[in-house]
Design a protein around this ligand. Structure first.
Ligand SMILES: C[S@@+](CC[C@H](N)C(=O)[O-])C[C@H]1O[C@@H](n2cnc3c(N)ncnc32)[C@H](O)[C@@H]1O
Length: 270
């Protein structure tokens, strides 16, 4: 299936995601772009995935060095964006591979695709399976049942995001709160977790049950699902891949006037 020739251009930028679980989440389309591109640039953690990429395209190159070039992550992101574009300017088909969904928490790839499009290049992002998608499946959560709020944990705190506690709430990067550089392996998250607990406690009872979640990275492995009371958060062990899920407190009530205006009978909603 020759995907790269579809626009008859000599160069293109396609960003794909590996999903979370090794090999099982990679789409057929993403695999074909990886195999057919002139150049593959990748930023993935999993050594097995790195090996798979090198095997499937010998012109694969890790972005790890660019990612660790500067102290602040935001500066590394800029460098990665420029590196991706420099490769595109060499008149070749470039495939960028990121883990999870490649548009989710991936500033550099998004910025590169925006700029490439502005400059007239063929550029796009293919969807992938994100950690949030795995969470919905493993925790049996339907985001449509109550609505769903999803925030990066540090952003959630520093912007004092307003919580609608009738919604599902998902907090990303909850194990590295306040860290803007490259987190150390054994990052002590106690201060951040305490601040998070204090803030969430404005909305939720300290005994509200929340879940610390890690999706399985390999087939046949189970996810890590820890159900705790909110007040236990500051003492909890986090990792760089921990995501926090907080269930809604109750179903939001309906507005009578709006129901009437839409001709909806409330009994038909249950
Ligand atoms: C930089 S973001 C990357 C997100 C990724 N692009 C995706 O689509 O899921 C890193 C955050 O994603 C979440 N995450 C990544 N891997 C995860 C896993 N295996 N289980 C649960 N959450 C995960 C965590 O909140 C982690 O701090």
């Amino acid at each position: 299936m020759p995907l790269l020739s579809q626009d008859n251009k000599m160069s293109s930028l396609v960003v794909v995601g590996t999903g979370i679980k090794f090999a099982s989440h990679l789409t057929t389309e993403a695999k074909i772009y990886i195999q057919q591109s002139n150049k593959v640039l990748y930023l993935v953690n999993d050594p097995a995935m790195k090996e798979w990429l090198q095997k499937n395209n010998p012109n694969s190159e890790s972005l790890d060095e660019v990612y660790s070039r500067y102290f602040l992550r935001i500066h590394c992101y800029r460098a990665i964006k420029n590196y991706i574009l420099d490769n595109l300017y060499k008149n070749q088909h470039v495939c960028v591979v990121l883990y999870g969904h490649p548009a989710v928490f991936s500033q550099p790839a998004l910025a590169a695709v925006h700029q490439a499009k502005r400059e007239g290049y063929y550029a796009k992002i293919l969807p992938g399976i994100s950690a949030e998608d795995c969470l919905f499946a493993d925790l049996l959560v339907d985001p449509g049942s109550h609505g769903c709020q999803s925030f990066e944990a540090t952003d959630f705190l520093i912007r004092r995001r307003q919580v609608d506690f009738s919604c599902h709430l998902i907090l990303w990067q909850v194990g590295v709160i306040g860290v803007l550089n490259h987190p150390k392996e054994a990052h002590d998250n106690t201060k951040g977790a305490k601040l998070l607990f204090d803030y969430l406690n404005n909305y939720y009872d300290s005994k509200h049950k929340v879940t610390l979640y890690e999706a399985a990275l390999y087939p046949h492995f189970e996810p890590t699902i820890e159900r705790i009371m909110l007040k236990q958060l500051p003492k909890q062990k986090f990792s760089a891949i921990s995501t926090l899920y907080i269930p809604p407190i109750h179903q939001a009530s309906c507005d009578e006037e709006m129901l009437k205006a839409l001709g909806i009978n409330i009994a038909d909603l249950q």
